[in-house]
Design a protein around this ligand. Structure first.
Ligand code: SBR
Ligand code: ZN
Length: 259
């Protein structure tokens, strides 16, 4: 059927037809204004990824996703706005086309080349990711902006693996990757209550956006665009690019800033 995507016919402007929550009161992404209220009660965000276990990397037809073993609390984030530790489930990216920006959140109206999402779920309160994904305090996503400049020294492990998942539905082993190597030097952040940025657009995400972008090269970003939206058996070959939703109305929400 008319599965959702990022083209004119099935993209963000028509998602509300099958997912009415798209017009809801806590949708993501958003634009982060120049002035955000500083909340001194916000402690630092802590990412305990030392024993994380990556499993595989896959092309789900919307992004490239690195999946983790989330059967115990071996890799969690806590602190910041979070009342519980949240378990790392997967990370994935959103990006633009050649020379076009592709982040989802924007800062004072400015986009970045790409945005990395580290997706976590509240395993203290919920029994599974799918159950947490529909709860207002179920998920915590750490967003990291990517800007272009020099090569990122560790991103090649991911871009090399992307060759193996060119087609929608492909998956390949991807063990021993620790996403700590993708973090910027400081963890200052903005935080607000929002949603998944793709259907089903559940309003279940506490967003934690790191202020400092990481730097990747145009060449590395170019390798993201060798991935396809389409499957090997399809006659159409659609390059995976511009897989981002644009900023949504704030609807009175408060955005808080750490230090
Ligand atoms: C949500 C889940 C599929 N989607 C995601 O896991 C997901 C994660 C993060 C983002 S982002 N870009 O905001 O970081 C977007 C989507 C499947 N799933 C679980 C329950 C459930 C119910 C109906 C349909 C699908 C369902
Ligand atoms: Zn995402």
């Amino acid at each position: 059927g008319n599965h959702w995507g990022y083209s004119k016919e099935n993209g963000p402007d028509v998602w509300h037809k099958n997912y009415p929550v798209a017009l809801g009161s806590r949708q993501s992404p958003i634009d982060i204004p120049r002035q955000v209220s500083h909340d001194p009660s916000l402690g630092p965000i802590v990412l305990d990824y030392d024993h994380c276990t990556s499993i595989n990397i896959s092309n789900n037809g919307h992004s490239v996703v690195v999946n983790f073993d989330d059967t115990d609390d071996r890799s969690v984030i806590h602190g910041g706005p979070l009342e519980n530790p949240y378990r790392l489930k997967q990370f994935h990216f959103h990006w633009g086309g050649k020379g076009c920006d592709g982040s989802e959140h924007t800062v004072a109206g400015n986009s970045y080349a790409s945005e990395l999402h580290l997706v976590h779920w509240n395993a203290v309160k919920y029994q599974s990711f799918d159950q947490a994904a529909t709860a207002p305090d179920g998920l915590a996503v750490v967003g990291i902006f990517l800007e272009t400049g020099d090569d990122h020294r560790w991103l090649h492990t991911i871009t090399d693996a992307m060759y193996m998942v060119k087609y929608k539905g492909s998956v390949t082993d991807f063990k021993g990757f620790n996403p700590k190597c993708l973090l910027p030097s400081n963890l200052h952040f903005w935080t607000y209550l929002g949603s998944l940025t793709t259907p089903p657009l559940h309003e279940s995400v506490t967003w934690i956006l790191l202020k400092e972008p990481i730097v990747v090269s145009e060449k590395q970003l170019g390798k993201f665009r060798l991935v396809l939206f389409t499957g090997e058996e399809e006659d159409q070959r659609l390059r995976m690019e511009n897989n981002f939703r644009t900023p949504q109305p704030l609807k009175g929400r408060r955005i808080r800033s750490s230090n």
